[in-house]
Write a protein that binds this ligand. Structure first.
Ligand SMILES: Cc1ncc(COP(=O)(O)O)c(C=O)c1O
Length: 359
């Protein structure tokens, strides 16, 4: 099969080392070597950000990013106090849907997808609802590519002593997280986006003091306090973890460290974004959002006149390049390009093909 350059927001194009790790061996998840690996992975996940290393611990679970987000809300969103969901895209709205099915008290800002977080609205809701103790939001809203300004929202959480539960599924490993200055209580993320491993494992980093609270979960499988207890005591998980993806994550974490950590990874995504933007600018293709509002990880572009998403997708796919559609009302007007994965050697090819399409 033709090499696929994955410009969708995960899973990513793997490095040879991560791909090879998948065949490390047939291990039993109840043997000490796997327990040791799990504990090492959890330790290293907490060290991806040096700011988190002292005060946060990880629990890893088998499931996609959504399972980590849902597990975080299950375990830490309170049953007897209100949570405020600050949303401006699909993933914020999904967290409100999770709290609804969990039967927990919450309110949502229901922000517009194309707009930044409205801090005045958040402040007014907090003033009017003193029973809100927890704020949940999305760091990088992959719906549009917006990197939400958490210096403002997180600053408010810090000043008011509110727990911030963060969906960092598409930013962990490439964008700055202000663990202390944003009053982060927990962060949910996944192996197969900015960390460059494979789908199957996701994780939550939470403050040690938050792990020691009573679990708020009304689920057996998604009670992460239980995972944390078991994994930190023995290295074993309450349920069968995905073994080979753990090998891949182990190597992906080595590679992240060898390549200079999250800051260097973010910088490399920004330089890929800049090269692609230079090409698309030259072809008259416009961005959906003002470019200073984008993350390093993904940008959304408006489909040029005369192009449907399906046609563009198929032309690029025939050249081994996979892009991503817009969601909801954006489905027929945009395409998304993510900058993750082992694709340094592919960017010029991508630019050449884009030029051939739109020239
Ligand atoms: C910000 C964000 N949250 C949650 C998810 C859900 O992750 P998954 O599809 O791995 O369940 C995604 C997926 O792209 C995401 O970008």
């Amino acid at each position: 099969m033709l090499r696929q350059v994955l410009l969708n927001p995960g899973p990513v194009t793997l490095s040879d080392g991560v791909r090879a790790a998948l065949t490390r061996g047939d291990w039993c998840h109840r043997e000490p070597e796997f327990a040791e690996l799990m504990q090492s992975i959890n330790r290293r996940l907490a060290y991806v950000y040096s700011d988190a290393a002292d005060d946060f611990e990880a629990a890893t679970l088998t499931g996609s990013g959504t399972s980590a987000v849902e597990g975080m809300l299950q375990s830490f969103a309170p049953c007897d106090a209100k949570t405020l969901v600050v949303s401006n895209g699909v993933y914020g709205e999904r967290m409100a849907a999770m709290l609804k099915v969990q039967g927990k008290p919450f309110m949502s800002t229901e922000g517009e997808w194309l707009k930044a977080i409205d801090l005045n609205k958040v402040t007014a809701l907090l003033d009017a609802n003193p029973d809100i103790t927890t704020v949940v939001t999305v760091h990088h809203e992959t719906t549009t590519g917006r990197l939400n300004n958490l210096n403002e929202l997180g600053g408010l959480c810090k000043t008011r002593g509110l727990d911030l539960l963060l969906d960092a599924v598409s930013s962990f490993g490439a964008e700055r997280i202000g663990f202390d200055e944003w009053n982060v209580a927990a962060v949910a993320a996944t192996a197969n986006k900015c960390l460059h491993a494979v789908p199957a494992l996701s994780f939550v980093l939470a403050r040690k003091s938050v792990w020691s609270r009573e679990s708020q979960a009304c689920s057996v499988y998604l009670d992460l306090v239980n995972y944390h207890k078991a994994q930190h005591a023995s290295g074993f998980s309450p349920f069968t973890p995905s073994v080979q993806p753990a090998f891949a994550l182990d190597v992906a974490l080595d590679e992240l460290q060898q390549h200079g950590g999250w800051e260097r990874r973010g910088a490399s995504y920004r330089s890929r974004a800049a090269r692609i933007a230079e090409t698309l600018d030259g072809l008259g293709v416009k961005t959906l959002l003002p470019r200073e509002e984008y993350s390093a990880v993904l940008w959304t572009w408006l489909l040029p006149e005369g192009w449907s998403y399906e046609r563009l997708h198929d032309v690029l796919k025939a050249e081994g390049i996979v892009i991503y559609a817009g969601q909801g009302d954006l489905a027929s007007s945009v395409f998304r390009i993510a900058h993750m994965g082992d694709i340094d050697g592919d960017i010029e090819h991508v630019c050449d093909i884009l030029k051939r399409c739109f020239a």
